[in-house]
Design a binder for this molecule. Sequence first.
Ligand SMILES: C[S@@+](CC[C@H](N)C(=O)[O-])C[C@H]1O[C@@H](n2cnc3c(N)ncnc32)[C@H](O)[C@@H]1O
Length: 282
Amino acid sequence: MKLLASDGLIARPARIWTREKLRYLQKYAQAFMTAMAPKRSQGLWERLEYIDLLCGPGLSVVRDTKEEFDGSPLIALKIKPAFDHLHFVDLNRENMAALESRVSTKDAARVSFGVGDCNVLVDQVFNRISNRSLCLAFIDPEGFEVDFKTLAKLAKKRVDLLYLFASGIGIRRNLKNELSVANSRLDKWWGDKGWRDLPAAKWASGKFTEEPPEKVLQSFVSAFRRKVGSAGFQFQDEEVLPFSNTKNAQMYHLLYFSHDKTGLTIWNNIKKIAPGGQRSLL
Ligand SMILES: C[S@@+](CC[C@H](N)C(=O)[O-])C[C@H]1O[C@@H](n2cnc3c(N)ncnc32)[C@H](O)[C@@H]1O
């Protein structure tokens, strides 16, 4: 059944980690614009742009309480100093129609909307971005929807990237099922068939590994980080942020990549404070 927000438009069902992840995005986007906006007038950047290739409808709703909160596109639109331009893409036409209705007429002039596969539309987005722009990209898939080549394209531009990596115990079934598929979605996600040789894939297929599952999953995250880093990001987060479900099972990791050491320093400072305001144990 479709979930509607109080404005009568479609919304995303919020999970326990949704708000937490979005608070980190909000804090980073705020710090990014505060630090980089003055450099725009100094001529270092022509424009500061935000890219959200899986943007959703703009609002999340907690099913039980009906509590609503902004999704990533509305968060980015409210950041001050403001992004010069924001690029929103989603596969789902209804999500995009809802988002378009939620963007104020005042903001509409600095937003581009694209309906379709982000792995295709990424080229259109980049055609609109000047080489003298600095961008923040938020890539928030549920699983393996984003091809590695799309991330590699982001790595070739002046982009800071926040990427939500599906690293939970539940991916074991996905990996197992996909191993038997000749041209699997995961081949595109990983960029080649190399994921099939990872300890996580062996563990998923029932092969004996000496490592406990948590370690196997950790090495899965590390292998992915190395791969994205080698596509061109010089700096990345070593202690990635985990998000868990209500049963305290790890579900996702939020990964950070940049070309700029300052960006990583900002991210590391943000991570020291948990979303609720208390100092993190990380
Ligand atoms: C986890 S949601 C994004 C939530 C959003 N970041 C927010 O904060 O509300 C993932 C979105 O990706 C979209 N999606 C899935 N596959 C896609 C693809 N190949 N290209 C573009 N969007 C896709 C889905 O329709 C969904 O809205």
